[in-house]
Design a protein around this ligand. Structure first.
Ligand code: C2E
Ligand code: MG
Ligand code: MG
Ligand code: MG
Length: 280
């Protein structure tokens, strides 16, 4: 009986693994095709100065304009890309596309804004990442001060290679932000010693403001801590005027969220923020 059960268990796992492996193979081949056919897009979401309401930056967020399935988000791109190793190529494309776009906007005479890009662990760990970023900046003739790299707390947890890369990025002149701050395990000690310029408070904390007094207190404490350490602080997922008022009063530097604009295609970014550009 035990033998039978063992066999059944084995058969069960085998068929499940086969199914997911096939699915994953299909998705990664499709993603490669999508990358090669130029179906990947960057959408941009404004980051506004909390006091003036002026757009001072934009975060680039990946999309896949899939021929049959429509516009797909990062959840359907990044995990497949990470598993298959395609992430390094896709990540490189993101750096190139974001920097080229920043250059186009500056050439068009727009007020220069900082462009933030998200990177994944595997991309950061790939040898020569900082050098690759530097090469793109040189090729696009973009001043490094206009580029920011967003990493998550969990990515840099006790990882010497990652911390070396952060120092290399700083030497190149790009800034680094800790994304989804408050959701990882980073201790305050590590935040203090890392070469970073900014924390981005995760929208999980912003969501409950102002009704949820715990969230409000935590967000307030994170802002105060960041300011004490001389870091800039951006709140993510700002959806209401009440959240904006609270965060502004607490001394948050920048705000990002649907209140200002959803992520939009590059050609809509400056138009999207024109009508609500000033908070007053
Ligand atoms: P993230 O970096 O924390 O990006 C913010 C996410 O919150 C975006 O989702 C954005 O559309 C969403 N968001 C912004 N404002 C609001 C709001 O007011 N309310 C709500 N409910 N949501 C808001 P998106 O575009 O689906 O991206 C999800 C995650 O995928 C990103 O989280 C980032 O971790 C990852 N990602 C996006 N683009 C890239 C990329 O090019 N490379 C890598 N490695 N990861 C990426
Ligand atoms: Mg981000
Ligand atoms: Mg985030
Ligand atoms: Mg996130």
């Amino acid at each position: 009986a035990a033998k039978d059960q063992g066999r059944r268990t084995y058969a069960f796992y085998k068929s499940e693994m086969t199914e997911s492996a096939t699915h994953y193979m299909t998705r990664s081949l499709e993603l490669r095709r999508g990358l090669e056919k130029g179906e990947l897009r960057l959408y941009y979401q404004p980051q506004v100065d909390a006091h003036t309401g002026e757009m001072v930056g934009a975060e680039a967020l990946i999309r896949w304009n899939h021929p049959e399935n429509g516009l797909l988000g990062p959840a359907e791109i990044i995990p497949v890309a990470e598993q298959s190793g395609l992430i390094v190529e896709i990540g490189q494309w993101v750096v190139e596309e974001a920097c080229a776009q920043a250059r186009r906007w500056q050439d068009e005479g727009q007020n220069p804004i900082r462009i933030a890009i998200n990177v994944s662990v595997r991309q950061m760990r790939s040898p020569g990442f900082a050098k690759a970023v530097q090469n793109v900046l040189t090729d696009t003739e973009l001043d490094p001060k206009w580029l920011e790299i967003e990493v998550t707390e969990s990515m840099i947890q006790d990882e010497d290679i990652m911390i070396d890369t952060l120092h290399e990025l700083r030497a190149v002149g790009v800034s680094v932000a800790i994304d989804d701050f408050g959701t990882g395990y980073s201790c305050l000690r590590s935040i203090k010693s890392l070469p970073i310029e900014r924390i981005k408070i995760d929208r999980a904390f912003i969501n409950g403001i102002p009704q949820n007094t715990d969230d409000a207190a935590l967000a307030g404490a994170m802002i105060a801590m960041a300011r004490t350490l001389g870091l800039k602080v951006t709140a993510e997922g700002v959806e209401t005027a009440a959240q904006q008022d609270f965060l502004r009063a607490q001394g948050c530097s920048e705000l990002q969220g649907f209140l200002f604009s959803k992520p939009v295609p590059a050609e809509q970014l400056f138009a999207a923020t024109q009508h609500n550009a000033k908070i007053s």
